[in-house]
Write a protein that binds this ligand. Sequence first.
Ligand code: ZN
Length: 258
Amino acid sequence: MGSIKRMFNLAAESLKAIDLSPWCISFFEIAGLWVIIFYSSILWLYRTASREGTGLTFDEGYIKYLSHWTPGPATHIMAARDLDTWRKPLFEAGLIGQYEDLGIGYGNISVRRGSRDLFLISGTQTGHLKVTDEQHYSLVTDCDIRSNIVRCSGPVQASSEAMTHAAIYALGDAIGAVVHVHSAELWQRNLDKLPTTDPNVAYGTPDMARELDRLYRMAGFKDAGIAVLAGHDEGLISFGTTLEEAVTRVLRIARELL
Ligand SMILES: [Zn+2]
């Protein structure tokens, strides 16, 4: 027992004799270096991908979906003008716009174009514009909700919320237009009064697509044509057979506040 104790004491003395402080500094330096390398790689990946028309879409720090954008000239010009016409009252009411303190746009509007999967939607970061034209709209050509992939083409990349628009068009062929707005007052006032999504389901995810489907089939979304997105602060979404119907559904509840 005595020899074991002596060995233990010797080991303890040896450890004390080793000055660990330089190693501590090195450890933190190495850890710091790895953090820098990691974030630089993410930034490089994001920038390279964006240049090549493929963007990882981030929302509040989370990667929501992969967006493949093919830059090209504006198409569906008359539809873009229609979108601007119906966007106007929403912009004037502050339902589409920009959070000035954050410099981030909110709200988007889209219209179905012909076949089931095509729709023209406001481009990313266009919320602050008072007037839009065909240069501010993107054609979503394909949306794979399960794999979280959106493909779009045109002069601008589709809104980062295109995935949810696609999920609504998938609910029925008669749905011709989708409007997504932000309003703290409308959101709070109509939470659980209008059809309301599960607060645990994040916007723009495959889960949200399933949740909208549930709401449509079982919770009155099909008839009301408008829903509150409980898991997306201040967010509401409406649809209609036409842009006029989708926009009017939002404006009607907005007028109730006046
Ligand atoms: Zn939103």
